[in-house]
Design a protein around this ligand. Sequence first.
Ligand code: SAH
Length: 259
Amino acid sequence: MSSIGCMAVQMLKPLSSAWLYCFCLLFVASSSFLFGSQESAAGEDSETIFSEARRIMIERDIERRGIKDQRLLRVMATLPRHLFVPEEVRSSAYQDRPLPIGAGQTISQPYIVAFMTELLELKGRERVLEIGTGSGYQTAVLAALAEQVFSVEIIAKLSAAAERTLKQLRIQNVKLRVGNGYHGWAEQAPFDAIMITAAAAKIPPPLWNQLREGGVLIMPLGKEGHTQQLIRARKIGGRQVIEEHSAVIFVPLTGGTQQ
Ligand code: SAH
């Protein structure tokens, strides 16, 4: 591009300055058009690579491992997970493992996101509370499957980054809040479903109180530094009916009063 530019200016030397001005404008416009289209071509290339990686992730790590909810599979097959992680780990976004998202926190591995979401059995009309917004990826999955999602994150920087990504993707049925999720979001209660994406030794009582009768709560139950048990607690007649699922490892619910 630059050598063509030099030649063109030499050829135009005898022309009037007005003509030279017009030509330069034309050259600037056309070169930015060409460079612009090269950039978008590169963008399209990486988009193709990411969507292929996403397809493989769904087939190999999600469907083959037993996730059956068709709505959930469709959502995860289209949601650009790579936009929720920092640039330096973007190329690993579709591998089935947690990735660092800053502030010592991680985005959960895709299979765990799928498994925990499937356990909530969302039909589309629910109000969901999530504790631990993190990257906002799980939030976006929930938002696509429920009516409204409320998500609390204790680290302001992570909440702000999640908000930017959700906005970029035009996801509007999400409300974020910075604070200690142990206390839930009383003004918005009751919730049909609650998902806690950080581990605690017991179900935080304020969260249990904000779950409606018949609702479900999913969380990793167990002490920090140990393997935890993923549990689903259903509120039946005000009582906790608990099912144990797989062993998991999550970062702890911080902020006090939870132990
Ligand atoms: N589900 C998210 C993040 C999982 S990591 C994702 O997949 O990206 C757990 C998140 O819980 C972290 O971002 C951590 O900062 C947050 N967290 C820990 N203790 C919390 C608390 N008491 N209240 C709200 N968020 C908390």
